[in-house]
Write a protein that binds this ligand. Structure first.
Ligand SMILES: *[C@@H]1O[C@H](CO)[C@@H](O)[C@H](O)[C@H]1NC(C)=O
Ligand SMILES: *[C@@H]1O[C@H](CO)[C@@H](O)[C@H](O)[C@H]1NC(C)=O
Ligand SMILES: *[C@@H]1O[C@H](CO)[C@@H](O)[C@H](O)[C@H]1NC(C)=O
Ligand SMILES: *[C@@H]1O[C@H](CO)[C@@H](O)[C@H](O)[C@H]1NC(C)=O
Ligand SMILES: *[C@@H]1O[C@H](CO)[C@@H](O)[C@H](O)[C@H]1NC(C)=O
Ligand SMILES: *[C@@H]1O[C@H](CO)[C@@H](O)[C@H](O)[C@H]1NC(C)=O
Ligand SMILES: *[C@@H]1O[C@H](CO)[C@@H](O)[C@H](O)[C@H]1NC(C)=O
Ligand SMILES: *[C@@H]1O[C@H](CO)[C@@H](O)[C@H](O)[C@H]1NC(C)=O
Ligand SMILES: *[C@@H]1O[C@H](CO)[C@@H](O)[C@H](O)[C@H]1NC(C)=O
Length: 619
């Protein structure tokens, strides 16, 4: 059995230690237990009282001699509520604290002042509120402070100024107000104060940073020409200018919106007829009953109720003639119908999907198409056009020639297949999560994807995951019993109610993540014949202990990714919890995943060496 290097290392560390600092580390352990027992967390931690804290506890690292806890890294564990007082603050030797991407609320814990050795503090993506601590000078060693994406308000403390080792300060996306204090931080390399409510001007000491780090505040911050007093009321003239700009922009927006192309209508019947005249390689299927001459079809095209509707922004140049000459092949039969690849003469390829069992009338169908077609996002495959008649419902999409991620991952492993490396899988995971989150924001936050599986994920030109086949579950008849493989993606409640909801999308996404991590299909066989659901299998392996066995062997060849693998696994497991209401929202999942990628600069080094080194300049 191959152990993760990270844990093997901690294990070795602890073997070398005898009882030197046992008493101290025991009190650290008690502090951690007091912490975890007094805060709600949606994912179980393997913190067993009987196990040695330095050895077996997820997220904990100790000093070299094993006598103190020096790092607590618990990103994305699903903590909710405030940090209980007098718990973490007792870890007086703590140097690294990462609680990012949880749901922690309440104010900044005042007792953190006891953590005098604190060097790296990552609390971004939580729900903290209230003011920042007034006196940051108690943490003389602070190198990186990341409090971004919370709800902190009040002013930016000028006490940051005393922190000579500060390299990174991120307070972005809070509700901080007032002026930016004059901060003398010679070693500061990373700064972000954007998306707050700061006013006035940027003091000279911070004007070496690009204006982008002050975006999203009062526009006066972006004017570096004024440097005098920090308390400045924006001059009238400047105010007027910015208003002028805004209204210009607004005007432009209106003009553009007004010049929207009218919907293009084509006589789809003509397409159909001519296609049918073609031989075997032409568009298959009986799309229309009875023969009809092109002339007749053209006259029918004027009938507004029978046309192919293109969406705005669709820049396909194929006109009717081109489409008529298209050849087509079957791509696959899916949950909601059959997909064809149509190749136009100019080599443009589109996917035409023929829906079966649509359960709604024309109006509802069109409304749903409008919702789907309005989504323009780099991680969502755009619906380009649709067609509705009593007998036929078609959808036209872009064609992605690399095939689906399912075929890339599960395609025959061997010489002709490049294994998907971790970078690629991370990009697939991030893109897919963003795409789903975008879908979930649609239709006043009610749209459901409803058919998430790896074979519906493609790579966009930047090689990020991109979702397709969305939004159909509500207009189709009750979900049929799934085909074997699709069953692995279905949340327990969907199997029961036959109704897909946003939390069930989150579940399916969790399965996709597990698939990317393990390289295994959602339903697979082990030792020959036994059918195994991936989620159950992962649980059974993980319950034993965190071993490398759960991960795809192709991934274990990549160096230094153990921690990212473990963090991704944690996110996946949070997505596939049984109770739908305990799953994170897709927008939260996006944050968690993005944070795995923005690794603490020290994470890598410290998994090989327990004494964290400040990151070298430029990292
Ligand atoms: C604790 O970790 C050690 C080594 O990593 C392992 O042998 C042991 O089984 C673990 N104990 C538990 C209860 O997980
Ligand atoms: C802080 O760290 C230093 C070594 O970097 C150590 O000597 C000192 O004891 C630590 N302070 C506490 C309170 O543990
Ligand atoms: C913190 O969140 C909990 C629920 O998780 C809520 O009951 C409590 O009111 C919140 N507290 C604050 C200060 O927002
Ligand atoms: C800060 O770091 C230095 C060396 O890295 C260490 O000697 C010192 O104990 C640390 N703690 C404080 C509170 O200065
Ligand atoms: C900060 O927010 C709290 C409520 O969360 C409010 O009571 C307080 O007045 C705010 N402070 C400032 C300076 O806006
Ligand atoms: C702080 O967190 C944000 C969001 O995760 C990240 O983009 C940024 O790089 C971090 N900043 C620092 C200085 O670590
Ligand atoms: C600053 O933070 C904002 C909000 O999190 C983010 O959108 C932006 O990209 C960051 N800018 C820099 C330069 O890091
Ligand atoms: C700021 O945070 C909110 C949620 O807390 C998030 O929706 C938004 O995208 C963030 N903005 C930026 C620019 O990062
Ligand atoms: C920007 O700040 C000035 C002066 O503090 C204030 O008059 C103005 O209303 C602010 N603008 C916005 C958009 O908040």
């Amino acid at each position: 059995m191959v152990k993760l290097q990270f844990f093997a290392f901690l294990f070795l560390l602890c073997l070398l230690q005898v009882s030197v600092g046992e008493a101290l580390v025991e009190s650290d352990k008690q502090a951690l237990l007091d912490f975890v027992n007094n805060i709600h967390h949606s994912r179980p931690l393997n913190w067993n009282e009987g196990d040695p804290v330095c050895k077996n506890w997820t997220g904990i690292s100790c000093s070299e001699n094993g006598d103190r806890v020096i790092a607590v890294r618990l990103p994305g564990v699903g903590f909710h509520g405030p940090i209980p007082g007098n718990t973490l603050s007792r870890l007086s030797a703590l140097q690294i604290l990462s609680l990012r991407s949880n749901g922690i609320n309440g104010t900044f814990p005042v007792d953190f002042g006891n953590l005098k050795n604190l060097t790296f503090l990552y609390l971004q993506y939580n729900d903290f509120s209230g003011p920042l601590p007034l006196d940051f000078s108690v943490w003389k060693n602070l190198s990186i402070v990341n409090l971004s994406n919370n709800g902190f308000n009040g002013s930016v403390p000028s006490s940051f100024s005393g922190l000579s080792r500060l390299i990174g300060l991120n307070l972005a996306n809070n509700s901080l107000s007032g002026v930016v204090p004059d901060l003398h931080l010679p070693n500061l390399e990373l700064l972000n104060l954007s998306y707050n409510k700061l006013v006035g001007h940027v003091p000279k000491s911070l004007q070496r940073f690009p204006k982008s780090v002050f975006l999203g505040n009062n526009e006066s911050l972006l004017d570096y020409t004024v440097t005098d007093s920090p308390i400045v009321l924006a001059p009238h003239e400047q105010n007027g200018k910015s208003v002028g700009k805004l209204s210009e922009r607004a005007l432009l927006g209106i003009v553009i919106a007004g010049s929207v192309l009218g919907l293009l209508g084509f006589g789809f019947l003509l397409v159909v007829c001519l296609l049918r005249r073609k031989t075997d390689n032409s568009f298959p299927g009986k799309l229309e009953k009875g023969d009809m001459s092109p002339e007749k079809a053209i006259s029918r095209s004027q009938d507004a109720s029978n046309k192919l509707v293109f969406f705005e922004g669709c820049n396909y140049a194929f006109d009717l003639e081109d489409l008529l000459r298209a050849s087509a092949e079957v791509l696959g039969k899916g949950t909601f119908g059959t997909a064809y690849k149509a190749i136009l003469e100019d080599a443009t390829m589109v996917v035409v999907k023929r829906l079966k069992d649509v359960n709604v009338g024309k109006k509802e169908f069109e409304q749903q198409m409008d919702v789907i077609g309005s989504i323009k996002h780099e991680n969502v495959i755009e619906l380009r056009a649709y067609y509705y008649s009593k007998d036929e419902k078609l959808m036209v999409y872009d064609y992605y020639n690399q095939g689906s991620v399912a075929s890339m991952l599960h395609g025959k492993r061997g010489e002709n297949r490049t294994p998907l490396d971790w970078e690629t899988r991370v990009k697939i995971a991030i893109g897919t999560a963003r795409g789903i989150a975008r879908v979930h924001a649609e239709n006043s936050g009610k749209l459901v994807h409803g058919n998430l599986k790896l074979s519906n994920i493609f790579l966009n030109p930047q090689q990020y995951g991109c979702v397709s086949d969305l939004g159909l579950s509500t207009i189709m008849s009750a979900l049929a019993p799934p085909i074997a493989r699709a069953a692995g993606y279905r949340a327990p409640e969907v199997t029961d109610t036959r109704k897909a909801m946003q939390p069930s999308d989150v579940y399916s996404y969790g399965v996709i993540l597990l698939e990317l991590l393990t390289g295994k299909s959602p339903v697979h066989t082990t030792n020959g014949d036994e059918m195994v659901h991936l989620v159950r299998w992962v649980h059974s392996v993980v319950r034993e202990e965190w071993t490398a066995e759960v991960f795809d062997v192709e991934l274990l060849k990549c160096p230094n990714i153990e921690e990212e693998l473990v963090e991704m696994l944690q996110i996946a497991l949070a997505c596939v919890v049984r109770m739908a209401d305990q799953r994170p929202k897709m927008s939260e999942v996006v944050k968690m995943i993005e944070n795995v990628r923005q690794m603490d600069p020290t994470n890598r080094a410290s998994s090989e060496n327990s004494t964290p080194m400040p990151p070298s300049p430029g990292t």
